[in-house]
Design a protein around this ligand. Sequence first.
Ligand code: NDP
Length: 228
Amino acid sequence: MGTYLVTGMGRGIGHELARVLLRRGDRVIGTVRDEAGIAPEWAAFLASGQLRLVMLDVRDAASIGKAAAQIDEPIDVLVNNAGIIGPHRQSTLDMDFEGFLETLDVNTLGPLRIVQAFLPHLRRSKAPRIVTISSRMGSLSHAKSDRIAYRASKAAVNKVMQALATDLQGEGIVAISVHPGWVRTDMGGSGADISVEESAEGLIKLIDRVTLAESGLFFDWTGTQISF
Ligand code: NDP
């Protein structure tokens, strides 16, 4: 059993990851942006101390620093889950540039801010892993041109994670990117392929078995390696 930090655990994939981990006995430090992210179902886990909630916005380094200072325990797995789909207008011919910047801020810079802030906690773990929920939509081999702010932000975060894997290899810290599937959440929509349960179970199986030799790679929720 380990301690997992999950960003954006108030809803969607982050919520389900936290639920599965708590039910099997792991400790979870969940991040939410505000009190609205604290569901009544967490009460018993909060009371027992198995779940801790910290508030942060991945765009805001000060809020991340404050959250990190509240945690004084090793973190085994850091799951960068928080993300946004980006602005309404995001084609190369009609781009909301402010929205594009925000998308990069949340989806690309956010995960790196989180890793930097919680690296001291990861360094205290015996099996430290960084898992960033990216998307196959960021694969450079996909020539599609819709949602380009989102796609670019995920392609960029993959590059950042690959570099982190190189920089942290010597310390034995694994860093991977994962595609969670097309999942029925607020972001994925009700017509998506798989449920949050299927996605979370697959992701956790992968997280449990990933090794340092696989650090820097990109996987999907079934545990299959996919191309950047
Ligand atoms: P949801 O929209 O359901 O949930 C997004 C989560 O991210 C929420 O908890 C939200 O918090 C949090 N979040 C958003 N912005 C910030 C921020 N600035 N700071 C902190 N937290 C923030 O999305 P999903 O659960 O579907 O997606 C989770 C991850 O999976 C994302 O990275 C997404 O890109 C990726 N993904 C999802 C796919 C899908 O089909 N659903 C497919 C491929 C990848 P709040 O409630 O406060 O808004």
